[in-house]
Design a protein. Structure first.
Lengths: 252, 322, 252, 322
């Protein structure tokens, strides 16, 4: 059974979601992961999108490219103002958030703002959008990204979205009493954070991946869990559902 | 002089000084945009590809306003012509990009990386709360978002110890735009606005701004408004000008009426990739400076495509499974 | 032409309103005054009511008894949430507000909370409702009330709604940079406030009223304007409109 | 233990701990009200005579809850039975009265003037902002209202110097009710609520509370909700129980469906004038403790009167001149 890295990411992300949760999803892979979860083990999972949508259904072949198109409102349950959607997260109503990033550091901090200095950047990236809000306000955040050395840097140039900041206790000290980046899902494996140091830790490898591959693609030392598991490969059902959702393969 | 962030006193003074009686506010786009001055801080309604007030933005460029600050929660490509025209010195937003399939904005990169234009970044909620504080007439709102991140340092947010709990909270300063440009589904001559689907941040933006210019897909009567007062999302007493503009957000989307013309944005991206900023200049000559009227502008699009985008929209928001 | 004190109050209040204004009206006489103004010299006057109404029309014979009934929503232009209605006033969108009160002092402060101490009052009154908000946030406030000695006290037991507080500069010192109680309309006359002392000043008497009557019914010394005018009596038209609005005479 | 004012951390902890998946939340009134505990702070939706959750309030008294705090922006007579039953120790509101024609509340005067019940007074906006702060998950909101008045001293508001402008602003502490009791026009099994006309403060109250109980004039299907998502004003993920209750706010009003039965309140006032608190006890036996079900309660009203109140409502909100 062959599959692309993107398909692998979607499947692994979908498996993290529970039936009794609310999830804050962005467009692209996160949206596909949520739709997949809903069509498999989590039919009651409620999706929230920053453009102002609660409980919409993803339409196969009509995948949105931004978080505020009517493609995301199909059969929605409610369409609140954007600000109020985020306030629901601030109030504690959103369990899980998915984000990605151009740079991710060993504490799970994310940069989507600038490469280089802020005022005269080498590369001006699009910016936070809702990523900072999701990382600050959802009860738990999962980073979903391809695993590339240029992304996994010791220190991000700019903390757009807070992970563990400088390590254990730092979020609380900053006033963030809730939320945390709980895990990182890449096309190589599943990662958590070491409770003592707050640093990235490899928990499981996907079929056929090795610790060496992870080390090669990471710009800092990755901690290893006492026992590194192996994830179950995507099933035919999971892949079939994904490929039906994105038949044009815009994102897969 | 634009209103300084958090200066709720000056902001209120300007609002309170305006006559508020119910009157006919219908204007042509060109007349409405004459209410904008060089140097104004301009808030753009809608979000990204949704309900962008394209007609008003084109008119703003046609009238050659300069020294502008553009503010919008999420920006797509609509600021690019302003950058190329040298009309703006600052962008205030949480995100700007041409959309997922097209990567980064080459135009944004050129002007910001070269230091010609300032990019003031906020989180999406952070900027939304700046509009809301303005709408409420208070100098700031408290929030937990952005705490601990480097965004706290770039736009002027502050932290404080909550006097009730002692906990640290972030404070974002109210934003009071000089002008709000909005596109809505329906408006009556008094300025009462109806929006279908996403309202995005438009009601807050309208109340935060000093002057509010609205284009509407359809003009309705005061009687229509009175028949369904629950549909009014922006009260006429906030509005200065109402302009009739069918397809006023095209090639972007207007919820339930027409979907974004992604083919158009593909072509725009291709032209930009091939010719860089000159590609944008070509686009501006063809679509902004060329057409003398909104009708002439719309005539540049294939009617079959417009009809198709309308059909897509109906399918998506009909509520029936697709 | 005979008329009741209530009718006189409505007419005098209505005459204060301009065609290009917004007015925050309570139920009872203020509502009748606004409706009268709209039907005479101020057809474009926009009425706002705290229950959540902009631009509704008063229905003759269907006068509301509270500020949040559907009787107040008849042919309204918009029905915002209550909090947002007041925020419009805080933002500077409401020109004039009408309020009354159980106690009014010489600086125009109003008490509708308690007679006696707050914790163990002699009389527990209904409370502020929106009165404090109107007095704090509208650009200009007019007090409309019957003129009785028990109401016009040197010092209110409790400042529910701010007038001039302790006198010139006091509102600004408290953080109220806008708004003021501009005038008091009673069944005896029209009153303003002396700029130097901030104290109640008689500006005009209604037909047949005298300074003595005012002094008798006021619990403190009333200042007198250099020239005390006389108001024009209610016209037949004004009275006819009012009596049509409240044919059952619930408030007139 | 109820949540202390402004304690956004504990308030969030309780909310975040609840499962949020979409599930069928339909219950009988008695089952729903069993979610309320003695000593709870209970926020009542609607406003004065409008959309008061009468069925839930009656059930609360029938189940004999005590030590309650009732919170509502404007209170009519609905708290009076709670006072007479000795079920409440504190009222938090901006106003309480039987309505303009009936003067002061004799019941309120008796219990507050004798020191048996605490009356915590806020301005109408002040209390509205306390709910909104709770809904936003922040410890406080800034405002200009109440500044300089004696209301600043009675409820726990504070003043601060704005860190951006130096100006004095008032801060009201967030209010996080243990329970919100709401009556709406339509709700689906997931708890998604539709309200016609005035929403009053219900959406903020629902988001500020830890537990939300809703009665609805009509139960609709999830499909109905999906057909008109723009009509949903309270998201189901905030709601714990949905109870079907036609005429659930009677003898008060429900916008567009039935008008307040003023004749009923006249009789109530007359009985109170004639017999004092015993008049209220009589009323309670007849209308609260007597009827075993909502149907039995409604049977105590003249069907012709109910029909007339429905007719009045249709006339008023039809949008046609009367």
């Amino acid at each position: 059974m062959s599959y692309t890295d993107s398909e692998l990411l979607c499947v692994m992300a979908a498996r993290q979601l529970r039936d009794d949760q609310t999830v804050f999803a962005g467009v692209g892979l996160p949206l596909l992961a949520v739709a997949l979860a809903q069509k498999t083990h989590a039919p009651h999972l409620t999706m929230v999108v920053e453009g102002g949508v609660i409980g919409a259904e993803v339409v196969p072949g009509r995948l949105p490219i931004s978080t505020n198109e009517m493609r995301l409102a199909h059969r929605a349950l409610m369409l609140p103002p954007i600000t109020d959607i985020f306030l629901l997260a601030q109030r504690g109503l959103i369990d899980v958030g998915f984000i990605g990033g151009a740079q991710i550091d060993q504490y799970g901090n994310i940069n989507t703002s600038v490469i280089g200095p802020y005022e005269r950047p080498k590369v001006r990236l699009p910016g936070s959008g809702g990523a900072n809000d999701i990382a600050s306000l959802c009860s738990e955040v999962t980073i979903v990204t391809l695993h590339e050395r240029r992304r996994f840097v010791p220190r991000v140039d700019f903390i757009t979205s807070p992970g563990g900041l400088s390590g254990p206790g730092a979020r609380q000290a900053a006033g963030l009493h809730f939320g945390r980046v709980a895990r990182v899902i890449t096309h190589l494996g599943l990662f958590g954070f070491d409770p003592a140091s707050g640093r990235l830790r490899l928990d499981a490898l996907h079929p056929g991946r090795t610790v060496e591959m992870v080390r090669e693609q990471t710009g800092f030392e990755v901690l290893l869990a006492p026992e590194i598991g192996t994830t179950a490969p995507p099933t035919e059902t999971e892949l079939a559902i994904l490929r039906r959702l994105d038949a044009e393969r815009r994102f897969l | 002089m634009s209103i300084r962030p958090a200066d709720f006193i000056e902001a209120r003074r300007r609002r309170a000084a305006k006559p508020k009686g119910a009157r006919d506010k219908r204007l042509e786009a060109a007349e409405a945009v004459r209410l904008v001055r060089d140097g104004d801080v301009i808030a753009i309604g809608g979000c990204c590809f949704s309900r962008t007030p394209m007609l008003l933005l084109r008119e703003l460029l046609r009238q050659g306003r300069t020294g502008l600050t553009l503010v919008r929660n999420l920006m797509a490509t609509e600021p690019e012509p302003f950058l190329v025209a040298g009309a703006v010195h600052t962008l205030i937003t949480s995100w700007m990009g041409p959309g997922l399939p097209w990567g980064l904005s080459r135009v944004l990169r050129h002007y910001v990386e070269s230091g010609q234009v300032r990019f003031e970044e906020w989180s999406h909620l952070g900027l939304g709360l700046r509009f809301r504080a303005g709408a409420m007439g208070v100098p700031f709102l408290p929030t937990l978002t952005m705490l601990g991140s480097d965004l706290m340092g770039v736009g002027g947010a502050k932290t404080m110890a909550c006097p009730f709990t002692g906990e640290t909270v972030a404070l974002v300063p109210a934003l009071f735009p000089d002008v709000a440009l909005l596109h809505v589904h329906r408006a009556d001559p008094l300025g009462n606005c109806q929006i279908d689907g996403y309202v995005h941040m438009d009601p807050d933006i309208a109340a935060a701004a000093t002057t509010v210019l609205v284009t509407a897909e359809e003009l309705i009567s005061e009687e229509d408004t009175r028949r369904h007062p629950e549909r009014t999302v922006i009260p006429g007493l906030l509005v200065d000008a109402v302009v009739e503009a069918p397809f006023g957000a095209y090639p972007g989307e207007c919820y339930g009426l027409y979907e974004t013309d992604f083919g158009f944005y593909d072509a725009y991206a291709a032209r930009l990739a091939a010719k860089g900023l000159d590609g944008v200049r070509e686009f501006m000559d063809e679509y902004i400076y060329g057409p003398a009227t909104h009708a002439e502008y719309l005539a540049r699009f294939d009617p079959a495509v417009l009809a198709r985008q309308q059909q897509y929209a109906r399918e998506l928001v009909g509520g029936e499974p697709l």
